[in-house]
Design a protein. Sequence first.
Length: 272
Amino acid sequence: MVFKERTSRSKGVIENGRLMELHLYPGNQCNRECDFCTVFGAPKGWYTEYTAEHLDATLRTVMLHEQGAIKFYGGEPTLNHENVMWAIAYIREQGFQGAIVIYSNGIQAERLLAILASDPLGKTTASLNYSIATGDGAPQMPLSSLRKLEDHERANPGAIAIGHADIVDSGRGVDPFTGEVTRPKDAHRCPHCYPVLKTDGTFHACPFAVENDAPHFQLGRLDDPPAAITQNFERFLHWLDTVHEPYATQHDLPACTVCWKHLHELPTPASK
Ligand SMILES: C[S@@+](CC[C@H](N)C(=O)[O-])C[C@H]1O[C@@H](n2cnc3c(N)ncnc32)[C@H](O)[C@@H]1O
Ligand code: SF4
Ligand code: SF4
């Protein structure tokens, strides 16, 4: 395998009221329909483009220096690559110095490489869908695309990583998953991901559960003060440790199954 997994960075880091990482989500429109997809990605999915308003809210919420990271996902970012390249240019013009990551299935390899090349700081990298890169659990991407991406990674080591093999029970979840049975699926502990700004104007606490509208995940709107968003996220992390994980352990349930099927039994973070 040419592509390497990235080691994940520290979770829950907030500095001067700013998050170390933020995900950006423009909807679940996709050129695939994976049977395990957390966000119900599909060609008929929704898509709303990034605007200056969304990106200004992003720049108020995330660390702007080199430790900060902004992660574009979806759906499939290469379907609307011009809007993604515009967004990258905008956040660089406004002074964002950190890392940018594009989560992609890599099928539109040339568009993905164009997105990486568009960053004036050369600090935009990609993370590929494990199943679509390897063919384990989903039809593999066309080999012509795979070769282009492998060649790029060989010439620019670290530019294109591969995502984790783990499958979590969120969205379409684990039941329809047809890949290797040994792939990990059932930890009681939430991975404590960084939150998401959706192009519908809302901040959501979890990138895996982003299509789940339960009140537990709602952190606020893009015109709310950034301090309110980070404070709500801290409350959410505390709720994960004090309410969610004890429930998952007591009922012997995978962490994401609790979010997907049992939240009505749990108080919201705000009510704690
Ligand atoms: C929702 S996709 C969106 C970006 C792009 N379409 C892709 O597939 O990489 C983002 C990441 O979520 C991962 N993912 C999707 N469903 C998952 C699941 N049930 N458990 C764990 N990861 C999942 C994908 O493999 C991918 O790495
Ligand atoms: S995992 Fe990615 S490629 Fe697969 S349906 Fe979901 S968004 Fe699309
Ligand atoms: S346990 Fe819940 S909050 Fe954590 S990753 Fe899974 S769905 Fe998201």
